[in-house]
Ligand binder design. Sequence first.
Ligand code: URA
Length: 209
Amino acid sequence: MGKLIVCDHPLIQHKLTFIRDMRTSTKEFRELVDEVATLMAYEITRNLPLQTITVQTPVAETETQVISGRMLGLVPILRAGLGMVDGVLKLIPGAKVGHVGLFRDPETLQPVEYYTKLPTDVQERELIVIDPMLATGGSAIAAIDVLKKRGCSQIKMMNLIAAPEGVKAVQEAHPDVDIYVAALDSHLNDHGYIIPGLGDAGDRLYGTK
Ligand code: URA
């Protein structure tokens, strides 16, 4: 079963409070999401493997460490996932970025893939799927399905806020995927919104409501 990791750093929790607050402007909301994404990237990369190399300082030769293993890739789910990409890239500037676009079929309510563009070496990378809200889990599961169909095997999920329903669904569908969140909220309402949540993440990021 994949792990659920709640990133409970005080700075993340403090900023999340203002992200939730409906009085926060679009500009501030976007800036705060960006900052929290950077802080979460710090947590999500905590266990990256290291290897020892030798460097020459101005005064001595020394053994020191660099990140080893697979290179990283970020996969935001369009459109709200885009709001967290730059924040993560601040810490991992060498990561490549793929995109997965999904919409919900109004009749079946199932996510339908309408756009996918991934780095050519995506299956060799460790991937972080990014979406601010993990609600029913439908989009997350579909995005991870897309990546696995392309041969990807090392995948983590990164969300600002998750509902227990979405966490359970992703853990059941993809038990190899760890989920990193800033908060695990109470439940989903009848319209699929996370309660208490923050409202519609895409609308609040882009000022479309
Ligand atoms: N997507 C959102 O943007 N907000 C929710 O609460 C649920 C899904």
